[in-house]
Design a protein around this ligand. Structure first.
Ligand SMILES: [Zn+2]
Length: 144
């Protein structure tokens, strides 16, 4: 199941490039092109589901089972002080790509001196690939 106009589906099928962190038959993990902080990672199911409510529960379980392993690798790779996990559903919730994805955003003690969410920026492809390589090395998946 995929959608022709979906950017994540075209990344999964290889038609569009992205900085890859992890891939298995069910999931792809890539760097967000507009990171809140360097190391901002997206966990994406290979199948196209517009939002979390369309995903069968076993797939939701698998998706969220992968999240801590990726988060641990992100935190270790960029030496973060903490991290946010976020998953937006619908335009009202600021979901930009209508294909389920979980944001893992590394956070640093001093990254929001005004208490606001740090703003997104455009990262260079080199920067994304470099941090993706670092994260890759830190991934250790739990045996299930
Ligand atoms: Zn899609």
């Amino acid at each position: 199941m995929s959608s022709k106009s979906c950017i994540f589906c075209s990344i999964i099928s290889g038609q569009q490039s992205a900085a890859h962190v992890y891939r298995d038959p069910n999931f792809l993990v890539i760097m967000d092109k507009y990171p809140i902080n360097l190391g901002h990672t997206l966990v994406i199911p290979a199948k196209h589901y517009e939002n979390l409510l369309q995903m069968p529960l076993p797939e939701v379980r698998r998706l969220y089972s992968l999240v801590p392993a990726i988060a641990a690798a992100v935190v270790s790779a960029v030496r973060a002080d903490g991290f946010n996990v976020g998953q937006n559903n619908g335009i009202a919730a600021n979901q930009i790509v209508p294909h389920v994805h979980v944001h893992i955003v590394p956070r640093f003690i001093d990254d929001s001196p005004d208490g606001k969410w740090p703003s997104r920026r455009v990262a260079s492809q080199e920067e994304l690939v470099r941090v993706a390589q670092k994260i890759k090395k830190e991934i250790s998946l739990p045996r299930t």
